[in-house]
Design a binder for this molecule. Structure first.
Ligand SMILES: Nc1ncnc2c1ncn2[C@@H]1O[C@H](COP(=O)(O)OP(=O)(O)OP(=O)(O)O)[C@@H](O)[C@H]1O
Length: 927
């Protein structure tokens, strides 16, 4: 073996040294299978050397790992996208040799496009790209590390958000979308899973893997995204401009935020399709009128009638409590004129526009066109057009309403969804006039940012702009730039198979309309297999499963429960995501005896309690014999600031031994000691370090914070020895529970803190000690048949649902993956959520929910028209995607002497199964 290094050069001339790649012995191409390939511990790019650490996420494109700069100065998330190798059969007539293996071109283009787009974006609510490195086998996209968790996990843990909170997130999403759309970029995969929370409590949109540039006067036709969040026109295989599909998905996201569930749900794929296309939405009665109105404007099935983003930005619900619409953070721009900057043009070559010369020629043509010049003249007459004031925008919104109501159904999409940005009668020369112009602005602004950061005052090294040409990405055919009019053109030839997803996404079974359209799609000359992947018989069976035993049922029950719980619940306490704050407070054991204020136990309003399981209304007896405290914690899972005050006061009055709840490290040590009971024997080692840490806090909070942060970071970013499975390298994974929780000796020495930030209502807090919570988690995981191992601060969990062997064998052709899945190692586990919770070693009748799960899996995942392949579909159904990987952390709420748990999904598949399971765990935990 010899070591091969590849060096590529970025557009700004910075050489990028690709990571060391050790070619596989005997491999003609030097490409390895994933099992043979030596595991990398570091990567080298123009931005420096990065040490790879633990896996923090996974999607259909690949894994996401933590990485730390070798000098320890920075931490990033690295999205690692394997470069798929295609081995064509036959002899290449040109050489007389077998065709050499080549990379999957559509995936290459897709990944390059994501890298190129995100590298240029600069928005506070969009996850930024730090560097892009390409090797023989992988793309490495170094992104800003967003460490506040996923929005999905918040919804799971906390249920639906208050409208005020949802508004904050909604405004941020709207701001990010407005920025994208004004830059001619459409995300196309906006979903709750693609929204992360930063440690400041703001959102960060990730995953631009399906994004593209749109031109207001031309149409896109790739059908992509998550089915739950997909606009009806996508399911009908209709062409679209772009922004309107983001608006629909935004509507679904907003609905999930305020309702805690998806608006369209069904266990059967055809039924789900039908529901989305029908667009009948159930608006819970708790929604405010404005909120309902906004959602109703967004979730309009006819894209021509759907609200434009401008309407949304100026909607009363969005404006409520704010001085104006969300800021889009677009820098000031002037219309283009005069000579084009050659450096900027060179930076634009990552977008399938063609060579620098082509770009320059096309751009010049656009700028010199009569259309553009007219638009510039009009904008000069109305200078507010490009950056309208609030009044102007509101007036425009009003105008829009007037226009919308007079729009006939014959109008084109252009008249509506890209209104303001590209209205034909008043084209805006700055915002989304034309993708070439937008990208020109973006590249120019990036170069400006880079030059600032290069200057002595700037701290960060410049970010290279990925350059398709110079990175030598094989793009089979340059897209034609066809002029549809003098001033507009469309980027033709958007590859039909644009996703390049390695894992299949759900397809549209039973939907002839879509299937037919998909069949027509040409995957770079390869026709799609027309046959459905899963036999129709299986689908029919799926659609008759017992509804409430399925995950979907769980989801529905979950939201109902939340609603009812809300009726009983006290107001909410707001905390933020897990961060790296100092840990000062340990919940005192005595807090278990705290009684809730009487209001908590007030019965639910009539009509609100009917759907709650009776047991939920009966307070259990707590460990210390006090009724109600645990149960009330469960029912009233959200805690309010006023409740916090109450807790403090109450504790002050009734538990004079309790120190104030804001710091007091000495007390922490004391408390932990007090907490240790006979029942908690197995957890002694868990509490001991807490004591030690608490003692050290006396030395000074700041110092300790810094030291602690360093220690955590050092633990989090570790080299990965070649012989250690990546999954085993965690930030301090130290003990393997393997289900034997009580005897496990965890070396986890702390509980993660969550910041107090006035943001999230925490439904998972408890007055229980971390020791008790840990024991409870172990108990519940065992009861639910979830495998786990203890990691620092919590548990790494895997859930493998059992499968109805018979139906699988009957319905789905076997594959190696399928064989693995249908032979569970030791025993048949019952489906561990939604049904019976007990494990059994005896073969149990197949849980009816399983079929629903398989179906759910297909509905749950995203889809593109490239996924209509029998083989890949089987992989999706059986090849492990039913397995849920997630983590549970025990967290503490500094200042409040409360503890709780937080979920973190590790994989993006099976979102809603995961939500169901997490809900079930929460339910069983009775925090
Ligand atoms: N910048 C980041 N910081 C922290 N975690 C991240 C970051 N980017 C991604 N992740 C984690 O990795 C997961 C997968 O990332 P991403 O969505 O980019 O992958 P993907 O393969 O494109 O997913 P999909 O299946 O939707 O296509 C996310 O859900 C998230 O948990």
């Amino acid at each position: 073996m010899s070591e091969a290094t590849s060096t590529v050069t970025t557009s700004n001339g910075t050489p990028v040294h690709a990571p060391s790649v050790v070619p596989e012995e005997g491999s003609r191409s030097g490409h390895h299978t994933s099992s043979q390939r030596p595991r990398k511990t570091s990567i080298h790019g123009s931005s420096g050397t990065w040490i790879l650490g633990k896996t923090i996420g996974a999607g259909s494109m690949g894994k996401v790992k933590l990485a730390r700069k070798s000098d320890g100065s920075e931490q990033v998330a690295v999205k690692i996208v394997p470069r798929q190798i295609i081995q064509e059969r036959g002899i290449d007539p040109a050489t007389g040799q077998p065709y050499p293996p080549r990379h999957d071109e559509s995936k290459e283009v897709r990944t390059a496009r994501e890298a190129a787009i995100v590298t240029l974006l600069d928005h506070p609510y969009i996850c930024g790209m730090r560097d892009v490195i390409k090797t023989n086998n992988h793309w490495y996209m170094l992104c800003e590390y967003v460490n506040g968790g996923q929005m999905l996990d918040y919804i799971i843990s906390h249920g639906r958000l208050k409208e005020k909170q949802a508004r904050k997130f909604g405004r941020q999403i709207a701001s990010a979308l407005d920025y994208c759309h004004r830059n001619s970029i459409v995300h196309r995969d906006l979903k709750i899973e693609n929204i992360l929370i930063s440690k400041t409590g703001d959102i960060k949109i990730i995953d631009f893997g399906l994004s593209n540039l749109f031109a207001p006067r031309s149409h896109l036709k790739t059908f992509c995204g998550s089915l739950y969040f997909a606009a009806p026109e996508l399911l009908q295989a209709k062409q679209y401009i772009g922004p309107e599909v983001d608006v629909w998905s935004f509507g679904i996201v907003l609905y999930v935020l305020v309702c805690g569930k998806v608006p369209f749900d069904d266990q059967s794929m055809p039924a789900l399709h039908a529901k989305i296309k029908r667009g009948v939405v159930d608006y819970p009665q708790w929604l405010s009128g404005d909120c309902r109105n906004l959602l109703a404007r967004m979730l309009v099935t006819d894209p021509r009638q759907r609200a434009s983003l401008q309407e949304i930005l100026n909607h009363p619900w969005i404006l409520k409590g704010f001085p104006g619409p969300p800021e889009n953070h677009l820098p000031h721009r002037e219309p283009l004129s005069g000579t084009l900057d050659a450096e900027v043009i060179r930076g634009m070559t990552g977008f399938e526009f063609g060579t620098s010369e082509t770009i320059a020629a096309q751009l010049t043509k656009v700028i010199e066109s009569e259309d553009y010049q007219t638009a510039v003249r009009n904008a000069a007459k109305e200078p507010l057009m490009a950056s309208p004031s609030l009044e102007k925008r509101k007036a425009f919104g009003f105008e829009f309403y007037k226009r919308r109501s007079s729009t006939s159904s014959k109008d084109t999409l252009t008249n509506l969804s890209t209104e303001v940005l590209s209205h034909p009668s008043s084209p805006d020369p700055i915002n989304a006039y034309n993708p070439l112009i937008s990208v020109y602005y973006l590249v120019r602004e990036k170069l400006e940012r880079d030059s600032i950061s290069k200057s002595p005052a700037g701290s960060q090294p410049p970010l290279p702009i990925p350059d398709v040409e110079k990175l030598r990405i094989p793009i089979p055919k340059q897209p034609e730039i066809a002029h549809t009019s003098e001033t507009s053109y469309e980027v033709k030839g958007e590859p039909a198979s644009t996703s390049g997803r390695t894992r299949p996404r759900a397809r549209t079974h039973g939907d002839e309309e879509v299937s037919e359209a998909m069949k027509k799609v040409n995957l770079g000359g390869v026709s799609l297999p027309p046959s459905p992947v899963v036999p129709q018989s299986a689908i029919k069976e799926d659609s008759v499963v017992r509804k409430e035993s399925t995950v979907g049922g769980m989801l529905r029950r979950f939201s109902t429960r939340r609603h009812n719980a809300k009726a009983l619940a006290p107001p909410t306490l707001s905390v933020q995501a897990p961060g790296q704050a100092p840990v000062e407070i340990v919940a005192p054991r005595k807090s278990l005896s705290v009684r809730r204020p009487p209001t908590e136990r007030q019965p639910a309003p009539s009509g609100a309690s009917h759907s709650r399981a009776p047991d939920l209304l009966t307070p259990p007896t707590t460990a210390d014999g006090l009724p109600g405290s645990k149960r009330s914690a469960k029912i009233g899972r959200s805690t309010s600031v006023s409740e916090v005050d109450w807790r403090r006061k109450y504790r002050g009055q009734h538990q004079s031994g309790d120190p104030p709840g804001t710091s007091g490290s000495d007390r922490s040590a004391l408390s932990v000691k007090e907490e240790t009971t006979q029942n908690e024997k197995g957890a002694n080692s868990f509490s001991k370090p807490l004591t030690m840490r608490a003692k050290s806090l006396g030395h000074g909070r700041r110092e300790n914070t810094a030291r602690r942060t360093r220690r955590e970071e050092a633990a989090a970013v570790t080299s990965v020895p070649n012989d250690v499975p990546e999954e085993d390298v965690g930030d301090g994974a130290t003990s393997t529970g393997s289900g034997d929780g009580a005897s496990t000796t965890p070396s986890s020495d702390f509980v993660r803190p969550v910041y107090l930030k006035g943001l999230f209502s925490v439904a998972t807090t408890s007055t229980k000690s971390p020791v008790e919570i840990r024991m409870d988690i172990i108990r519940v995981l065992k009861e639910l048949g979830v495998s786990y191992k203890e990691i620092k601060g919590g548990f790494s969990c895997v859930h493998r649902p059992s499968i109805d062997l018979k139906s699988v064998q009957e319905n789905v052709p076997q594959s190696p993956e399928a064989t693995n899945m249908v032979n569970p190692p030791s025993h048949r586990r019952k489906l561990s959520f939604g049904g019976s919770t007990s494990s059994s070693s005896a073969p149990a009748p197949p849980p009816p929910a399983m079929k629903g799960q398989g179906k759910r899996n297909r509905a749950d995942t995203s889809y593109t028209n490239s996924d209509v392949s029998n083989e890949s579909m089987h992989d999706g159904v059986l090849g492990g995607s039913l397995i849920l990987n997630f983590e549970i952390y025990i967290v503490k709420v500094p200042l409040l002497s409360l503890h709780g748990i937080q979920f973190k999904s590790v994989s993006k598949t099976n979102t809603w199964q995961y939500k169901g399971l997490a809900s079930r765990i929460l339910q069983e935990l009775r925090l």
